[in-house]
Each structure stands twice: as structure tokens, then as C-alpha cells.
Design a protein around this ligand. Structure first.
Ligand code: NAD
Length: 384
């Protein structure tokens, strides 16, 4: 069993990827499991804080010429989807585990299918209790939520906590967080720890209690019927509801110093929640951080990897939020992978075995033996 860990190349993020799929600690854990040969590309962990030497000490080999390594690997561990060129070098019948965004990357999925790869898509891991330890979407979103607040704190011209000084009292900064899923709740917790006055809104009413338990105020907006799917994701709003939400949130944005948007719709474009007219109503000096920027954006005009300024309001769109804390993001992703591998590791054959009737396999395995095997993806591609 040869496992390959390539250095991340990601054209979509303009090579702005500093995380690594497997940490040296992960190498040790895989070795304990019985994986014999682990080959890491030179410099793969460098930006996340792991040197080639760390990997060698943990028991991995380091290689510079990686196409040769991919050609013999039975298992490839990555964060981002592989490039067309990389797919050509994958060994037929091997297992490839990474984020794939299969709803939006049909070409990549079909290339993996043609190469007869068993491709696991990490964002498709079901959100069940058993799969929680493999849930990379959550582990990365949680760190991303933390990063949004730190980014805003760095850019705002105010301090977060209330401060009473002989020169007068400084009021706490006002933060409005839109979307209180995994990332939003972590953003709320981080902003509260820094001493901000925090309000939050989500279309899923069930999160009201979670928001309150973090000491923030849940903003109630009457948008008619909203709710969540059986998997816990938000249902998309109608155009009328979205227009109403934009209207009702304008006042909250106007009085906030910082607005953090984390509202996403799984596998689909994020809803536009802050139109230009809301930005124009905000105070100069305020900061908006758009976490949904890489799936279309919640804020009009936000761009991945850029800060756009409109009427003195900074609209921040980072290209890679969890990548800002690459050491911890890699640590958690690596752990998610090991947990997944451990679950499907077959000791006798020293290989990964994915039973067809397993709910995690059914949820996350996209291609196998030359076919697209995922029901939802086949339906999305119009194949059935
Ligand atoms: P997500 O990243 O898809 O969306 C982020 C948040 O945006 C969600 O809370 C969503 O309701 C919200 N949102 C969508 N449209 C909105 C709008 N127009 N206005 C305001 N908010 C909007 O979601 P996520 O954070 O990945 O997960 C969502 C939920 O899934 C979690 O809160 C949890 O209930 C569930 N979950 C369960 C498990 C598990 O059981 N193992 C693990 C992770 C998450």
C-alpha cells in the first residue's frame, strides 16, 4: 500500500494554498494502522509549519518527482481537487480523497471516473454522529469562523471590548453575524471572547438557542416559512423572502461596526444578503467580512483575495480562510482523513474497503471502477 501526499497546487485559489492534507502526526497514525509506504512531496507541509525532516522522522519518505509517485500510489490524500494533469498520472483503481465540490466540478469527476479512481469527496461526508470525526467541512469552517473575526479586528479602527478609562468610556464594538452554522457560531464565540456586543441571524430557527447560549442576541426577522433540509442545511429562500431579508437587515448593518457573513447553501451559490444600497447606508470605517465569497458571496462586490472599499466600508474577501491558520487547519483535516481511513481499513488485505451499503460510502464516494456511483450526483448531472 503506497500512500502519496502531494504538495497542494490549486489553480482556483491561484496557488494560495498553504495547508497540507497529512501532518507528520498523521503519518505516525497511518503507520500504526499498517500503511507501509507514505511518500510526501518535498515542501508539502512547509507553509503549514511541517518540514521535510519532520515527515522523515515520522516515518515518511520525501520525493521531489511526484508524477512517478502518483503513478504507483494506491491512495492519494489531498485537500483540493486534483488537476486534469494530475488525474492523468493517477494509478487506475487507486483511491483519491480530497474536497471535490462534485456538484460544480463535473469535468473533474468525469476525469476521475474515466481513470477508474475511487474518489471520495470530503464535503460529502454525511453529517451523522458516526461521521462527525471525519467531517472536514465542519473542522475547516470552524477555523474559518475564527479567522473572520480576527481579520475584522485587525482592520477595524476600534477596540472590541468596553474600556473604562480616566479619559472616558469606550463602548464595545458591535458585531452582526449573518449565518449561525458551524463557522458563524465560532465567529460569535470568538467575537464574544474579545468583548464585542454580538447579534446574529440565521434562517434556521433552531439555532436561536445556540446563539443565545454563546451570549449573543438572536435577531428575529419574519421572513415567512424558512427552515432546514433533513441534513440540517438551510432551505433556499424565495426571491421575495430574500428581498425582504435584505430590507430587514439593513438597519442592523447600518448600526454595526462589523458585519460577518457566513450564509451558504450546500452545493449551490450563496445568497446575496448585503446589496450595495446596504453598504452605502453603513458607517465609513466599518468592516464586512464575507466568508461565502468563494461560493458567489453574500455581499455585493466582494471578491476572493481582495478588499474592496465602498464609501469607506471595507469589504474583505479572503481567498482561503482556514489557510490563514494553516497549522491547525492541516492538523484537523489530517485527523479527519485518518479517522475516515481507520473506519474503512481492512487489516487482512492492508487496503481500504468501501462497502456499498455503508451510509458514509453512499454519501461521499463519487466514482468507483469507471462509474459515477453517487445517487445525488448522478441526478444532478441528469444521468437518471
Ligand atoms: P452552511 O455552511 O451550509 O451554511 C452556514 C449557515 O448559513 C447555516 O447555518 C445556514 O442556515 C445559514 N444560511 C443560509 N442561508 C441563509 C440566509 N439567507 N440568511 C441567514 N443565514 C443563512 O452550513 P454548516 O455550518 O456547514 O452546517 C449547518 C448545520 O448543519 C449546522 O448548524 C448543524 O445543525 C448541522 N451540522 C450537523 C453536523 C452533525 O450532525 N455531525 C455536523 C455539522 C453541521
Amino acid at each position: 500500500m503506497v500512500t502519496a501526499v502531494p504538495k497542494e497546487r490549486n489553480a482556483e485559489r491561484e496557488n494560495n494554498e498553504n495547508r497540507v492534507a497529512l501532518t507528520p502526526e498523521g503519518v505516525k497514525r497511518l503507520k500504526t494502522l499498517g500503511v507501509e509506504e507514505i511518500i510526501v512531496e518535498t515542501g508539502a507541509g512547509e507553509e503549514a509549519g511541517f518540514s521535510d525532516e519532520d515527515y522523515t522522522k515520522a516515518g515518511a519518505e520525501i520525493s521531489g518527482s511526484f508524477t512517478g509517485v502518483l503513478e504507483k500510489a494506491n491512495l492519494v490524500l489531498r485537500l483540493n481537487q486534483p488537476s486534469e494533469d494530475e488525474i492523468k498520472h493517477l494509478k487506475k483503481g487507486s483511491v483519491h480523497i480530497s474536497f471535490l465540490d462534485p456538484y460544480n466540478n463535473r469535468d473533474t469527476v468525469e476525469a476521475l471516473q474515466a481513470r477508474e479512481i475511487a474518489a471520495i469527496s470530503m464535503e460529502m461526508i454525511p453529517r451523522t454522529t458516526r461521521a462527525q470525526k471525519m467531517d472536514a467541512l465542519s473542522s475547516q469552517a470552524s477555523l474559518a469562523g475564527y479567522v473572520t473575526v480576527i481579520e475584522a479586528a485587525h482592520r477595524i479602527n476600534k477596540i472590541f471590548p468596553m474600556m473604562m478609562t480616566p479619559a472616558g468610556t469606550i463602548s464595545p464594538v458591535r458585531v452582526f453575524i449573518i449565518g449561525a452554522g458551524v463557522a458563524g457560531l465560532q465567529a460569535i464565540a470568538t467575537a464574544k471572547r474579545l468583548g464585542a456586543r454580538v447579534e446574529a441571524f440565521d434562517t434556521r430557527p433552531v439555532v436561536e438557542e445556540q446563539v443565545a447560549s454563546l451570549g449573543a442576541k438572536f435577531v428575529k426577522l419574519d421572513l415567512g416559512e424558512t427552515g432546514q433540509t433533513k441534513d440540517g442545511y438551510a432551505k433556499a429562500l424565495t426571491e421575495e423572502q430574500l428581498a425582504l431579508q435584505q430590507e430587514l437587515m439593513q438597519e442592523k448593518c447600518r448600526t454595526a461596526d462589523i458585519v460577518i457573513t457566513t450564509a451558504k447553501l450546500f452545493g449551490r451559490k450563496a445568497p446575496l444578503l448585503i446589496p450595495k444600497k446596504t453598504i452605502e447606508a453603513m458607517k465609513p470605517g466599518s468592516v464586512i467580512v464575507d466568508l461565502a465569497v468563494d461560493t458567489g458571496g453574500n455581499v455585493e462586490g466582494s471578491k476572493p483575495g481582495e478588499t474592496v472599499v465602498i464609501n469607506g466600508v471595507q469589504i474583505v474577501g479572503l481567498a482561503n480562510y482556514p489557510g490563514e491558520v494553516a497549522a491547525n487547519a492541516s492538523q484537523m483535516y489530517s485527523s479527519n482523513l485518518i479517522n475516515l481511513i481507520s473506519e474503512f481499513w481492512n487489516k487482512e488485505s492492508s487496503s481500504l474497503v468501501f462497502p456499498e451499503d455503508d451510509d458514509i460510502v453512499q454519501g461521499a464516494l463519487i466514482t468507483r471502477e469507471g462509474s459515477i456511483v453517487h445517487g445525488g450526483i448522478k441526478k444532478h448531472y441528469g444521468m437518471e
